[in-house]
Design a protein around this ligand. Structure first.
Ligand code: SAM
Length: 318
């Protein structure tokens, strides 16, 4: 299957931005335009459905375009692949005035605006982005989406002191760092070309990325009040996924505060495709991990993991 064929078999995903509207209202708008709640792949191309795994996500025919749509221009809908909605859903940040949440690698900001929506635009959501140009995009995106609980910061997350009183109360951290991007469907043809890349070069490139990704997780684990960390990539390689998780679990940082993987029932339990057991020290941990395969799951290739501090949940008494 070519990248184009894979892209054609993927519905167009639309996330309703619940910061400024409700899914029911957006559904009414589409119904008033002649769409019906029915199979998105029907030949009329006017069917759309609610996603069974991600709340507030709608599926349309792959040929539907929204770039010039008022709803998109006004920030009421956000164009976001299904798999890339999983991290915010799994992190499930609390929606309270006291919530302090960090998105460590935020631009262009789809996951930041998703977190903001799940927090009901309450509390504080610090959004770090190291790259200046991408930071401008992030700020524009968050303002268009009406995410007023966000604090965008143009800084390298690794230079942020976890004990800085501004950030030390953060309880939830999302880490979606730079990766090889090997799961992105419209880039798959590139991937096929990349297969001709010298294996040693490829391994070195992935090892370098994995070392950086591990450093980011270990840094997140140093925040004194952090209870939950979600680490995700749009890579299909175990080097950037299960192997990074395995090394993170073995790190001094994880051992010092006994971080473990959240159990399957806390990590989208109804999603069938899970991690690769052979890549983990405890094969049972694979059920805690989410994988999405391009061409198989009607999404981009994706990976999600969730680290938690046991016995320290938000609902427990302090
Ligand atoms: N989460 C974003 C979204 O859903 O729109 C996509 C994030 S993208 C995969 C990774 C981003 O992290 C890039 O914009 C990159 O510039 C930024 N980044 C990489 N290393 C960083 C660091 N150490 N601190 C802050 N941002 C970083």
């Amino acid at each position: 299957q070519s990248g184009d064929e894979r892209a054609a078999s993927m519905p167009r995903y639309v996330r309703v931005n619940t910061v400024i509207g409700t899914t029911e209202d957006i559904i009414k708008v589409f119904v008033s335009r002649g769409y019906t709640l029915s199979d998105p792949f029907s030949s009329s191309k006017k069917g759309f459905l609610k996603d069974p795994h991600v709340p507030d996500l709608l599926l349309f025919h792959p040929s539907t375009t929204f770039q010039d749509d008022d709803l998109y221009i006004s920030g009421k809908i956000i164009l976001q692949d299904k798999a890339s909605c999983f991290p915010a859903v799994v992190l499930s940040p609390p929606a309270s005035d006291n919530s302090v949440v960090i998105d460590a690698t935020a631009a262009p900001g789809n996951k930041t605006s998703h977190l903001s929506a799940l927090m009901k635009n309450k509390g504080k959501l610090f959004a770090f982005e190291r790259d200046r140009k991408r930071f401008s995009t992030l700020k524009m995106m968050l303002s268009k989406a009406g995410c007023s609980n966000t604090v965008p910061i143009n800084a390298d997350f690794l230079t942020i002191d976890p004990h800085d009183t501004q950030y030390s109360s953060a309880t939830h951290i999302l880490l979606d760092p730079s990766c090889s991007g090997s799961g992105i469907v419209n880039r798959l043809d590139h991937l096929l070309e990349a297969e001709t890349e010298d294996e040693t070069d490829k391994d070195q490139r992935l090892d370098k990325l994995a070392a950086f990704q591990l450093m980011m997780i270990k840094h997140a684990m140093r925040f004194p009040n952090v209870k939950k960390i979600v680490y995700s990539t749009c890579s299909i390689h175990a080097t950037e996924n299960e192997r990074v998780v395995r090394n993170a679990l073995n790190s001094e940082e994880a051992r010092a505060v006994t971080f473990r993987l959240a159990s399957r029932n806390e990590v989208l339990p109804t999603w069938q495709r899970r991690g690769y057991p052979d890549e983990l020290e405890s094969p049972d941990d694979a059920s805690s991990l989410i994988r999405c395969l391009p061409g198989e799951d009607a999404t981009n290739g994706f990976f999600v993991s969730c680290f938690v501090k046991p016995g320290n949940s938000l609902t427990s008494k302090r």
